[in-house]
Design a protein around this ligand. Structure first.
Ligand code: PPS
Length: 568
């Protein structure tokens, strides 16, 4: 029976006194500002999570890891942990030189003696480590589009841990967890890796896995970097905390792992096992398509569903952690209970809600049954993913000067305020130019800057659940598209083209500006001496000629209803 060796794992930190001294000395060194992923890697290097690594990989170890999943000395290590930097920085460094590694606020976390510098063959790295040079794989995309061109390698001397302001009490170094297990007398510990919210099926399967392994359970979610598009870790941790209460007291512990995942499937599973062994665990749950990155650009899976389990089984002894295969649990309606998928009594009805279906129900505010998840988890998810009619959005009016944008925008604002529920902010062209862009003129460059500022403010409002109504001329299609992209990360972007013709705007000439523009007294005037690119596919086009303002604003409101953004 495998019992945990809970002796401390070696760390790369120097003593507190030495750290103070080193920090002063390091202030004079060439320094590298770590990327968010490098900060995650450095934390696990320094605290022993990546034991036996002593720093960022040198070239020999890198080559060997890429080709054979082993360090140059033969030790199993499946994922290259490399310090990617810009060519410019790499050129400025001499081999043998010490550099300071700083976090994003400039705090020196460690120093590194640069022993190696090389330009990697990223295509080969992609093919060998991730299975294909296909940017549909998030780590391959990262490799080609985010990572620097040159790698530096060398031993790291740890000065201090990266600072975390969130969930401090829930974060443990490997040695803190080992000490905790020692204190509680836990000698068999099964770890569960996750990057998703837990529902009842997960609770059932983890509890069952622990019982079968006669072990205590460590819920060990990743809060560093996961797959782009995942539920943010703040929401997830609040969900995990709710689920933790559902386990029998004193059997289960939860700790957060600041790992930057690569979604490398089978290789990643081994890596996860090594990391959990370093955290004092004896068993590790590996599921179907463990750390799978989704579909490749041909629409197929990157890895076979059981590749990770097979590779893990081959190496579990060498790692020193035993695999517990993840049993898929399903809800059986007649029994009102979860069963392993292969033990469902004959003739019974199995109920399931897929991830896609769950997201649809959240989006549309539909029921999520108690058999599927815990009410506290559903409440958290509903708060994070409110239905569309409770999410923030932006209505972006565009059109010529004097087209009626501001008037319709004002009327719409009042109608939305009458309905209530969400705060409404009007970013009118004139108002913005007074308060946000007072130093700007009407050159293309200045107009773009003005629109991007409006876009930024609107995206913040949208992110925080409010309604932003913008009403600038915004004459350039590319800039409008950029603003759309900025906002659509957080909520809907509704482009409304106020399609009043130039002739009509000039005829109205409310501010007398067209006359001045025609006389050449105002330069670069939109429609007269400056271009206006008509939107090709706005969500709505309104015509103000012969139609009153109230009707126009009502058309916009109907569009918002149709898009589900306001409740009927
Ligand atoms: S832009 O192009 O989107 O940055 O313009 P915007 O911020 O909406 O500002 C347009 C208002 O500024 C006045 N104005 C001009 N408009 C266009 N071209 C020139 N050269 C110009 N000079 C001053 C004009 O009153 C616009 O107000 P609206 O409300 O659109 O009529």
């Amino acid at each position: 029976m495998q019992l945990a060796n809970l002796a401390p794992v070696p760390e790369l930190y120097v003593s507190w006194d030495s750290a103070q001294k080193l920090k002063m000395e390091a202030a004079g060194l060439a320094s590298w500002d770590l990327t968010p992923r490098q900060i995650c890697d450095l934390e696990l290097l320094m605290n022993g999570g990546f034991f036996p690594l002593k720093g960022f990989l040198g070239e020999d170890d890198y080559e060997s890891v890429v080709e054979t999943m082993r360090l140059a000395d033969g030790t199993l290590w499946p994922i290259p942990i490399t310090l990617d930097v810009s060519e410019e920085f790499a050129k400025s460094i001499e081999l043998g030189q010490d550099i300071a590694l700083r976090d994003q606020e400039g705090v020196i976390l460690a120093t590194m003696t640069v022993t190696d510098r090389w330009t990697p063959d990223k295509r080969r790295e992609a093919e060998k480590v991730f299975g294909a040079d296909d940017i549909a794989h998030p780590a391959v995309n990262y490799l080609h589009h985010t990572a620097g061109k040159v790698y530096l390698g060398g031993p790291v001397t740890g000065i201090q841990q990266p600072v975390h302001y969130d969930f401090r009490a829930r974060r443990d170094t490997p040695n803190e967890l080992r000490a905790f297990f020692r204190k509680l007398g836990w000698r068999r510990i099964v770890a569960f890796q996750t990057r998703n919210p837990l529902h009842r099926a997960h609770q059932e399967l983890t509890f069952r896995a622990a019982r079968e392994a006669e072990a205590n359970l460590l819920i060990h979610p990743v809060v560093g970097m996961t797959k782009p598009g995942d539920v943010d870790h703040f929401t997830r941790v609040r969900c995990y905390e709710a689920v933790l209460d559902k386990y029998p007291a004193a059997t289960t512990h939860m700790s957060l792992l600041n790992l930057a995942m690569r979604m490398a499937g089978p290789r990643e599973a081994l890596w996860h096992g090594i990391i959990r062994r370093n955290h004092g665990c004896t068993h590790f749950i590996v599921g179907r398509d463990h750390a799978g990155p989704g579909k490749n650009s041909q629409g197929d899976d990157f890895y076979g569903p059981y590749d990770a389990q097979e590779l893990f089984l081959e190496h579990q002894e060498e790692i020193g952690i035993e695999m517990v295969p993840f049993k898929q649990m399903v809800y059986v309606q007649e029994k009102a209970q979860y069963f392993p998928a292969d033990e469902v009594p004959e003739g019974c009805t199995v109920l399931n809600i897929s991830g896609t279906e769950l997201r649809r129900r959240l989006r549309e505010g539909l029921e999520i049954p108690d058999w599927f998840s815990f009410p506290e988890v559903v409440e958290e998810l509903r708060r994070r993913f409110p239905p569309r009619h409770k999410q923030g959005f932006t209505v972006f009016f565009t059109g010529l000067s004097g087209s009626g944008k501001s008037t319709i925008a004002n009327a719409l604002m009042v109608k939305l305020m009458e309905m209530g529920g969400r705060p409404v902010t009007l970013l009118d062209g004139d108002v913005v130019r007074k308060h946000l862009s007072s130093e700007l003129g009407f050159s293309k460059e200045h107009r773009d800057l003005n629109i991007r500022r409006i876009g930024f403010v609107a995206s913040e409002i949208t992110k925080n659940g409010g309604i932003a109504i913008c009403a600038p001329i915004a004459p350039y299609a590319a800039t409008r598209r950029a603003v759309r992209e900025m906002i659509e990360q957080y909520g809907a972007f509704v482009e409304v083209h106020v399609a009043t013709s130039l002739e009509e705007c000039e005829r109205r000439d409310r501010k007398g500006l067209y006359k001045l523009a025609r006389e050449g007294k105002i330069k670069e005037f939109t429609g007269i001496s400056d271009p206006y690119e008509v939107p090709e596919n706005p969500e709505l086009r309104v015509d103000t000629e012969g139609v009153d303002v109230d009707t126009c604003a009502h058309q916009v409101l109907l569009k918002l209803e149709q898009m589900g953004l306001v409740a009927v």
